[in-house]
Write a protein that binds this ligand. Structure first.
Ligand SMILES: Cc1cc2nc3c(=O)[nH]c(=O)nc-3n(C[C@H](O)[C@H](O)[C@H](O)COP(=O)(O)O)c2cc1C
Length: 226
């Protein structure tokens, strides 16, 4: 966490397998906008670092019998035996004032690699449970989080009555079930619809819009609208 006279920290957790994708360009633009808004930016590029999204018994050392994931997370936090990669990412999460999850919308949700990041790093005993509660008592109270995403569907599809429906309705499980659950105040998401259909000119304009939206959100972001 930043001290009063130090720059606030933004952690961007990015999940796209292609460095030349719009999502990756959008993430780079967002990082620059956050720097210009006075943040120190930390980036976790999950595909680039070949992050394993699989939460299983092996990360908790030799275990016999019934594996209870959250009980093992609690124990590992208490004993200081968390997996080194998880500990590193958890420390970076705890040090951040603003968390940005950057991803393409896959099946109305997060790509599996990012869902697995939540499974493994939103550790019971570390960000909720143990000394912490949930929601208003979560470990990340006082911090903000936002989603930065792309969609395949065009914006009209996401209107009320559109073929897909309002985006915030099905981002609810991320906003409420993951981010608010551990204490974050969630800001409105920054979304680019259907970048694959864009001309080079439209793509450049969309990236500029992303920079402006992220800068605005960082300065005076509003709680997510429901
Ligand atoms: C596995 C998979 C699932 C997808 N599911 C959705 C979806 O539920 N809704 C949607 O609008 N687009 C969906 N898409 C399309 C992507 O969201 C779209 O291609 C991406 O956001 C475009 O950004 P990019 O060029 O940076 O990848 C899906 C794509 C893949 C590969």
């Amino acid at each position: 966490m930043s001290t009063p006279d130090a720059a606030p920290v933004a952690l961007i957790v990015h999940a796209h397998p292609e460095p030349q994708s719009f999502s990756t360009a959008q993430m780079v633009t967002a990082a620059q906008a956050l720097r210009e808004a006075g943040y120190r930016v930390d980036i976790l590029d999950l595909y680039a670092e070949k992050w394993s999204p699989i939460l299983d018994r092996h990360e908790f050392g030799p275990l016999e019998g019934h594996f209870k994931p959250q009980a093992e997370q609690m124990r590992a936090v208490k004993d200081g035996t968390l997996d080194a990669a998880v500990r590193d990412h958890l420390d970076r999460l705890l040090a951040a004032d603003l968390l940005v999850l950057s991803f393409p919308l896959w099946w109305f949700s997060l790509p599996a690699i990012l869902k697995g990041w939540i499974d493994r790093v939103f550790v019971m005993g570390g960000v909720f449970g143990g000394d912490h509660g949930t929601f208003g008592d979560g470990a990340l109270v006082g911090k903000r989080a936002m989603l930065l995403l792309t969609t395949g569907g065009v914006s009209e599809s996401f209107q009320t009555g559109g073929t897909l429906g309002p985006l915030n309705d099905f981002l609810f499980h991320i906003h409420r079930g993951m981010l608010e659950f551990v204490g974050f105040q969630v800001l409105d998401p920054v979304v680019t619809h259907a970048p694959v259909r864009m001309t080079a000119q439209a793509r450049a304009a969309a990236l500029e819009a992303v920079g402006r939206s992220v800068g605005r959100a960082a300065r005076d972001g509003r709680p997510v609208t429901r």
